[in-house]
Ligand binder design. Structure first.
Ligand code: NI
Length: 245
């Protein structure tokens, strides 16, 4: 029994020594690490993002002024165009929106509250506007912004993602660039969609304040489609989208 106990003890010591050696073998020498492997993989920290949106245009000079401001800051936005505004002399403005890397959305032809229309009339409002967008730019809009943000089941069934907003600058109402800025300063968050109108000089002036403020706060200004793609979210037809995230 005693001999057996000594043998067992010896075996345990050998086992411990072997496992310690094995551990030493497994542990790589420090110089085997490449510098990158010394640290945990770095998380891709994406910047906070917002989508500025402009409704009711195109309106010639104001749309172009806003595009100029966006270009200065390498910022993008989405322009929801009204069909009745997209006359032939505005085709070049629509093309300029796309040339600047911005996005065009559909704001219907006549800017009527769609909840007052039949499904056929809703379809005509959307299709005729997309026909004009196509005539101007060679592409059509994938996103629908219903006038006044009003929608019902018929609007949701029209085959487009409905994009509304979560921050309304009310630029059309107060016509005060500072108040538009203030609305953004008080409410901006990562993933938000901001409503403005490229119809007024005061809105372009508001844009001149809002864009640098957002950039200064670390926001990246992207199109609605880019915003949702960046957040890994789908803009699905039949759904409404007020923000991403
Ligand atoms: Ni509108």
């Amino acid at each position: 029994m005693k001999k057996r106990a000594v043998l067992l003890c010896f075996a345990v010591v050998i086992a411990i020594l072997c496992s310690a050696r094995a551990a030493a073998d497994i542990a790589p020498e420090p110089e085997e690490y490449s510098p990158a492997e010394k640290y945990l993989p770095r998380q891709e920290t994406s910047k906070p993002m917002v989508a500025l949106t402009f409704d009711d245009g195109p309106s010639g000079q104001y749309t172009l002024q806003i595009l100029d401001i966006l270009r200065q800051y390498d910022a993008k936005a989405t322009f929801f165009l009204s069909g009745y505004r997209l006359t032939e002399n505005q085709y070049a403005v629509a093309r300029e929106i796309l040339n600047e890397g911005c996005e065009i959305g559909n704001h219907t032809y006549s800017h009527t509250d769609l909840t007052t229309l039949t499904p056929e009339e809703i379809q005509w409002e959307i299709d005729s506007t997309n026909d004009l967008i196509f005539a101007a730019t060679g592409t059509t809009a994938n996103l629908l912004r219903p006038p006044y943000g009003e929608f019902d089941e018929n609007v949701l069934s029209a085959g487009y993602p409905v994009v509304t907003w979560c921050i309304d600058t009310l630029d059309w109402m107060h016509m005060d660039p500072q108040k538009s800025l203030q609305a953004v300063q008080e409410n901006a968050f990562d993933g938000c969609i901001i409503l403005m109108h490229d119809m007024f000089e005061t809105s372009a002036q508001g844009c001149r304040l809002i864009v640098p403020w957002l950039i200064g706060e670390g926001y990246e200004l992207v199109t609605v489609s880019e915003l949702f793609a960046a957040k890994g979210q789908t803009l699905s037809s039949g759904s409404t989208h007020r923000w991403a995230g």
